[in-house]
Write a new protein. Structure first.
Lengths: 293, 293, 293, 293
């Protein structure tokens, strides 16, 4: 089932991911250099927030026979354009995989969905482990051959717990996924963990804040249950939106039924967001996520 | 194109709409009486919020040859069960149509969609006229042969404007539809108008309050644009939800594009809500709408 | 997590499921008897294809204190109405669970989704085992503590294989779920297995027949990928539809990406269909499925 | 309500639309020339079917102060790159609008939706007129100040009818929209009309061919009603798909109700397809539509 096509980049193909200030000649510069290298652009997407000095984002995949033995030559060839446009840039080569940590509390639907996709190579990543403030899901996680770190968050001792997580993970992960982790992470943690954090939460039309959102949604008689995946910021549910979707519910459903529908849509939406992040399709600009491709 | 099937009730068919306190024997009582009348139940939907004294709702359509010349006999036959269960009940006979007033400000998409469905008999109602706080849409409304009442709402003189609307409409309408009417109606108006009021507004995941919701939604990078139709209460956007739906938007869309998608989903959702109300499928219970069928 | 509410019927509640020829007085008859028993109807849904001798379907849940020790009294009380209207009827009491067999070939997404929902009591059923024409998924199934029966289907020896499945299952299962089982079951098997069979397959707009539907869909540039769950009949993909849904795909997706989206929508749709069947909400009428509630 | 933003291109902005064989250096070539002109790329989307000699499509919008008085200089500047890569190319300047003819039979929902969007400048085009094989909709079309050409298609005399349409339209239109035009256009007509033709038709999961698709869909109990917009080819319903969408239906709906839902989804989907075509976002490649942006 696992094929290189699924696993991300195909053989002899690399990905250039760039963000910089928009200015004239960026694409001409990059594609000119790639043409001189003998590379051919396989796919390219760009986005500009404003041609006059706005933010510019580029994701290009290019084919170059033997690129794997030639990484340094490619890097060197692109250096002038990176410098000239003061680009924030990244080159990804075949076989490179991101390293994830998944955080969870007690509800396992999003976690298990990600583990299951990981095992069947639905998308490719390495797993640094699962972190939880509860011991409940240890067995289910270890069955997958994945480490389970129980880090309790005692009342008034969140800094200590976060310190422990930092020690476990910082420098060792490229992405943290909050798969129904019900603790709010401090701004301090988000800065120190040193990598992006993706969160999933329910969304309703209209939004219900506070405890028991499914009970509120049931009382109000909502017709759709939704989920939103976003990058976590200090303001927990307010970071840049990555993906959203909804499912229709029937009137005869109980609040518990709505919650079950919510679990289905949450795991679908979170999986899409993680997948796009792994594919280097996502950029954060102000409070918005730009997706390329 | 207009057929009796579309127009609501088929020939020789009546509709009984009931709400009361839930208690044993209601359906047995109603259906027993109808059986004795020689009527046959064509369709029946019920909903109970709680079997122990909760609220009970019933919508039954039954066939009885010659019912049109026999309305009083049917009413009389049902009277004992209505009394016994202290029902709030209504009988609808073929050809009976509700009378609507449509309120609008300047944005015409919902209004025109309703007028267009009215003219092609998509669903059946009579029109008492269109009320607007602006003169802008007079020509477009009068083209349909419908009266246009311009009732300006001057600063600090809303009570006088509402009084004028009451004089125009009270006692003469069965439903008011707010088709993007941008004034808040007072609780006093809602009580005095003497009929239900349906409103439509945008909904986002998450909800954006305040002015320029489409600009906010664009800045936050939402993926779905939604609309919610609900019964109006004093707390304008908080009444019982009737219907909701969403459309997906593309990242390259501007705030203005989102607004255009919003117009499409608003008119679809409002039309469904009005249609179900005309069909006597909707009941209000606490802050929820119960829909039967 | 497992609560009686989730597990199906609540304590002291039973479900009556009925189909018969439509005729006057059915609901009056049933609800009259229940009232006399002292039972209260908690929820009731009915559907009639035609009041004049069409097919009538009813699903009623009623509350009666101590019903569990009283099953025979309830059955006896309902017998006269069952006989009078020549009903095909079934009573379901709290704690009764259906027994499933799941058939699979090599693609595991639908199977694992059902096993996972089973383990977390998302909905309640017993598992008679998994049957496969391939040995591949034995490990993944046995991890759940579920029996895996490898029944190869050799060229020209399908009758022998089906005979083996009949011996394994007939009389021991209430439902067979084809969770991406890629063999066509004979009409003979469907008759002898003695229980309903639910199948899932991809659906496209327009439909693509034959091999490699995802490649065809990709070549044609479809915008939506769908799935249809239906009761299996001899004409494999043509039985009564239970549920359908779609997901939107992006243009940059490969045929393999479409297949992955297809897997997501297939498991969601199949799970809904199985859930509704377990809840006794589904009736087959001609080539249509009637769903109540 | 009408703003230049809505009307298509903003002031001082032009659009370059290109298709050619994929080869190294295309984007470098185009963007290099534009940079030398002093233009800045505002938005750019490209798609390649295969880097090794596949088909390449590009849609670029660029800003250049005073471009309107400078069209020939821009054309001349781009000529070398157009020639070098043997591009099929088009430049669109602010204020340029496509000219449409709309074909219709008797069902007016798609036609009226387009006329209504035209009048409110939802998107910008000129109207060459409406062509119908029936006289029925003359009044409704002429109300919009649009010419109505009744071209009957008598049995066995389709070539004569098509000849008349060619005389009315050929050389005078940029796009023909079949807004529920129920006659099959001959391959000869499609070649001679000299512009693309967009068609809309219902779509179901599974597809129902032949007469009365809504009756078939109702009998089979479908859960979703869809519509597909596509470019017309000789094989009427088989051309490249532009857009598709679905709406969910309720079980209690009649075949006539399904048809009404179908009308809603048809007009939404057709409007999107026409809009994208007007925006030069669509390219045909083999039997697929490539959409940029």
């Amino acid at each position: 089932m696992r094929t290189s096509q699924v696993a991300g980049l195909q053989a002899d193909t690399a990905r250039l991911v760039v963000s910089c200030r928009d200015q004239q000649g960026i694409i001409a510069g990059v594609s000119g250099l790639l043409a001189r290298l003998g590379a051919n652009i396989v796919g390219s997407h760009q986005y500009s927030t404003d041609p006059e000095g706005g933010a510019f984002f580029l994701r290009m995949e290019f084919h170059l026979a033997g690129i794997d033995g030639d990484r340094e030559r490619v890097r060197a060839a692109l250096a002038p354009v990176v410098e000239r446009f003061q680009m924030d840039s990244k080159l990804v080569f075949p076989g490179e995989r991101k390293r994830l940590a998944i955080f969870v509390s007690r509800r396992e639907h999003c976690l298990l969905d990600l583990l299951w996709r990981w095992r069947r190579h639905d998308f490719e990543f390495d797993l640094a482990g699962v972190v939880s403030n509860h011991p409940d899901l240890r067995y289910e996680v270890e069955e997958f051959g994945v480490a389970y770190h129980h880090v309790p968050v005692e009342q008034g001792r969140k800094p200590q717990a976060e310190q422990k997580m930092i020690e476990l993970l910082a420098g060792n992960v490229d992405l943290v996924v909050l798969a129904r982790y019900m603790q709010i992470l401090s701004g301090d943690f988000l800065r120190r963990i040193g990598c992006p954090v993706i969160n999933i939460h329910h969304s309703f039309l209209p939004a219900f804040m506070g405890a028991s959102p499914y009970v509120q949604a049931h009382q109000r008689g909502v017709k759709l249950i939704g989920a939103t995946a976003h990058y976590a910021t200090e303001d927990l549910d307010e970071g840049p939106i990555i993906e959203q979707d909804v499912m229709r519910v029937r009137q005869s459903m109980s609040a518990r039924d709505l919650e079950r529908v919510g679990a289905d849509i949450e795991r679908i939406v979170l999986a899409r967001a993680v997948h796009w992040h792994l594919d280097d399709r996502l950029f954060i600009h102000e409070n918005r996520t730009v997706m390329l491709g």
